[in-house]
Design a protein around this ligand. Structure first.
Ligand code: 6PG
Length: 253
C-alpha cells in the first residue's frame, strides 16, 4: 500500500460519514489557521449528504473557520444549479445553506452551459487563478472529497471515457455513454496534486468495486477509474462502512 494511503472501516454508513466529517474539520482547521484559506473540492451523489449534514450540524460548536474555506466542485451534471440532480444543489441544501461560507468563496461548475467544453476550460482557469500551485506546478487543493460508484467511477471519471486518461487538462467535459448524459469533471492530474484526498464509500452495492480497489492494487487502475487516485505528495484516506468493505482482504481494523 502507498505509504500515504490510510483505510478506515466503520460499522455503519453514518459512522463513516462522521469519521469523514471529523477528517474534514481537522484538515480545514489546520490549514485555514496556518494559511488563512483552505481550498476544498466537494463531490456530489448521495453518500456525502450525511457528511455535509454532520458538518452543518456541528457549526454552532466547532471551531472551524468557515469564512476561510473556499469551495469548489469535483464534477457536475448537465443540469442547472437548481435541479435536484445538480451536485451544487445537493451541497447547497445539505451544507452551504447552513454554514457561514461567504457566497463569493463558493465556485459552482456551470453544468447548464451551452458549451460544456468551454465551461470546463473556464473552470480550469478559475482553479488555476484561485488555488496556489504545489511543487509539481499544478493547483494543489488542500482537500478533495470523492465518492465512488459501484462501477468504480469517481468524480465523473467513468471507465472507457477519455477523461480517465486525460493528463493535460485539469477539468474536462464529455458524454458518458453508460449514463447517457454529458458531465463536467476534474481529472486525475488535479486529484493527484492535492494535499489530502478523502474517498468516502458506503453500502453493499460498492463492495465489489472496493474489493477490486483494495485487493488488486495498481493493476485495478486499468478497469477501475478510482484506482487512479494516487496523490503524489499528499494524504489519501479511504473511509468505508462494513458493507462496502465486505470483501476486503487484510482489513486494517
Ligand atoms: C456524482 C459524484 C460521483 C459519486 C458517485 C457515487 O456526481 O454522482 O461526484 O462521483 O461520488 O457516483 O455516488 P453515490 O454516493 O450516490 O453512490
Amino acid at each position: 500500500m502507498a505509504q500515504n494511503r490510510k483505510i478506515v472501516i466503520e460499522n455503519s454508513a453514518d459512522q463513516a460519514a462522521r469519521t469523514a466529517a471529523g477528517l474534514f474539520r481537522q484538515i480545514a482547521c489546520e490549514v485555514a489557521v496556518g494559511q488563512n484559506s483552505c481550498r476544498i473540492a466537494l463531490c456530489g451523489g448521495t453518500t456525502p449528504r450525511a457528511l455535509y449534514e454532520h458538518l452543518a450540524g456541528g457549526v454552532a460548536t466547532d471551531n472551524l473557520p468557515w469564512s476561510r474555506l473556499e469551495i469548489f466542485f469535483g464534477d457536475e451534471r448537465d443540469v442547472p444549479p437548481n435541479h435536484p440532480d445538480s451536485n451544487y444543489n445537493t451541497v447547497q441544501r445539505t451544507l452551504l445553506d447552513n454554514v457561514p461560507i461567504p457566497p463569493d468563496k463558493v465556485h459552482p461548475m456551470h453544468g447548464d452551459a451551452q458549451d460544456l467544453s468551454a465551461a470546463a476550460a473556464e473552470y480550469e482557469k478559475t482553479i488555476r487563478s484561485l488555488v496556489p500551485a504545489g511543487a509539481g506546478g499544478l493547483p494543489r487543493f488542500d482537500l478533495i472529497l470523492l465518492g465512488m460508484g459501484g462501477d468504480g467511477h469517481t468524480a465523473s471519471l467513468f471507465a472507457g471515457c477519455p477523461a480517465v486518461k486525460e493528463r493535460r487538462k485539469l477539468v474536462t467535459a464529455g458524454f458518458v455513454p453508460v449514463i447517457g448524459r454529458e458531465r463536467l469533471t476534474i481529472t486525475f492530474p488535479l486529484i493527484n496534486a492535492a494535499a489530502s484526498v478523502i474517498l468516502l464509500v458506503t453500502g453493499l452495492d460498492k463492495a465489489d468495486a472496493v474489493a477490486c480497489l483494495l485487493n488488486e492494487g495498481a493493476s485495478a487502475a486499468q478497469r477501475l477509474p478510482a484506482a487512479n487516485i494516487q496523490p503524489a505528495d499528499g494524504n489519501f484516506c479511504i473511509v468505508l462502512d462494513n458493507d462496502a468493505a465486505r470483501y476486503v482482504r487484510n482489513r486494517p481494523n
